[in-house]
Design a binder for this molecule. Structure first.
Ligand code: AMP
Length: 193
């Protein structure tokens, strides 16, 4: 097992973040915290959180910050995250990023690196439209896809500059084969260890 690592992974829908997150957690042997997966599991389990989240997710909207911050605070303080974890899909807004900073400061922990996966918008639209139907996700209709991309640009992309100013950011070119992109990710996390 490697040293503690706290990694944040930012990327637009369709950039391949899910696949690369799976590669990265097995490479680093850390816990994978995917907020999208946590929310989908809550929906499937029929919990109160799932009931609230479903309406937002199906419209391609973000779940309110307060709910997401609570969810992550609970998971981050879980002992399984102490050796390290990959935050995939959180933070997604500036208020979430500030809440995360505060949470980590209280636990005397720090982010090691924030990976920002970059794929041009026209390529994302192409990939998402061809993926829709294959996976049968309720948030993959063409209108919802465009909406999710717009929300990403408006609400999540500003995090890139937020973390760049704090010298945490590593830009990853997301164009290429899965292996090529993963090689870039490995180099970035190895440099941060
Ligand atoms: P993902 O699988 O990461 O694309 O997430 C699927 C959906 O879950 C998103 O489109 C949002 O509706 C919701 N979601 C996931 N993470 C967050 C977050 N950090 N803040 C708000 N909504 C989120």
């Amino acid at each position: 097992m490697g040293p503690d690592m706290l990694v944040v992974f930012i990327g637009p829908p369709g950039a391949g973040k899910g696949t690369q997150s799976a590669n990265l957690v097995s490479y680093l042997e850390i816990v994978h915290l995917s907020t999208g997966e946590l929310l989908r599991a809550s929906i499937d389990a029929g919990t109160r959180l799932g009931g609230i989240a479903r309406a937002y997710i199906n419209r391609g909207q973000l779940v309110p910050d307060a709910i997401m911050v609570d969810l992550i605070a609970t998971r981050l303080s879980n002992p399984d995250c102490q050796p390290g974890c990959l935050l995939d899909g959180f933070p997604r807004t500036l208020p979430q990023a500030r809440a995360l900073d505060q949470m980590l400061a209280e636990q005397d922990r720090q982010l090691d690196v924030v990976l920002a996966l970059h794929v041009p918008r026209d390529e994302l639209e192409r990939r998402l439209i061809s993926r829709s139907g294959e996976e049968g996700r309720a948030d993959d209709s063409p209108e919802t896809i465009i909406h999710r991309l717009e929300i990403y640009e408006r609400q999540t992309a500003p995090l890139i500059e937020y973390y760049r100013r704090r010298s945490k950011l590593s830009d990853i070119d997301g164009i290429g084969t899965m292996e090529e992109v993963f090689d870039r990710i490995k180099q970035a996390v190895d440099a941060a260890r």
